[in-house]
Ligand binder design. Structure first.
Ligand code: GLN
Length: 192
């Protein structure tokens, strides 16, 4: 299985290590044609406005939409989730608008800019130690979106068909269970 990581900006290296620990082959994706060569794609955290601007510059917006809409499994973490979402509260920035959810950037306020939480995630037996860094929360989700985890009453992890998104950074801890969940989604070949 070959998993791509959108490598425009953000914590590409940490996702690579997490995937390699699970035995997946990893390819960095920067050009539209490279999307044809992967079975799934991770969009890392970083700064969503920068990712959006670079994706526009590299002509990636439409090819990404096309591949994701035709079923390429995708997992967006933090800024990656913002980039996938259909809207951002109070801002306009380049987005893929493929995930039926609106998000609020930097939602937890100054004192909680970064925090860690023990999170119950649907499908995982034990809580997951989740790292949030200037994280968004999910404001609203459409009917087809399944909420897999909440923190302080806000959805922080969702799934819609072959799309997975989380406000937190599972690549920053040694725990590979969320990446494993994504690999299972790829293997099961589910189409959105
Ligand atoms: N605050 C960033 C944004 O709005 C996301 C932070 C992150 O990815 N850790 O894009």
């Amino acid at each position: 299985m070959r998993v791509g990581i959108l490598a425009l900006q953000g914590d590409v290296r940490e996702h690579r290590l997490a995937l390699e620990r699970l035995g997946a082959e990893v390819a960095e994706v920067r050009k539209p044609a490279e999307l044809d060569e992967v079975d799934g794609l991770i969009i890392p955290g970083g700064e969503s406005t920068t990712i959006g601007r670079l994706a526009t510059l590299y002509g990636l917006i439409d090819p990404l939409r096309k591949h994701i809409r035709s079923g390429l499994p995708v997992y967006g973490t933090c800024a990656g989730m913002i980039f996938l979402a259909s809207g951002v509260d109070g801002a306009s920035q380049p987005q893929l608008e493929v995930l039926d959810a609106t998000v609020r950037r930097n939602a937890w306020g100054r004192q909680n800019e970064s925090f860690e939480a023990s999170l119950d995630i649907d499908g995982l037996d034990e809580p997951f130690h989740a790292v949030f860094i200037r994280a968004p929360w999910i404001e609203q989700v459409g009917d087809g979106v399944e909420v897999l985890a909440r923190w302080a009453d806000h959805p922080v992890m969702v799934r819609e068909g072959s799309m997975l998104a989380s406000s937190f950074h599972p690549e920053l801890t040694g725990d590979s269970r969320v990446h494993e969940l994504f690999l299972t989604m790829i293997e099961s070949g589910e189409v959105a």
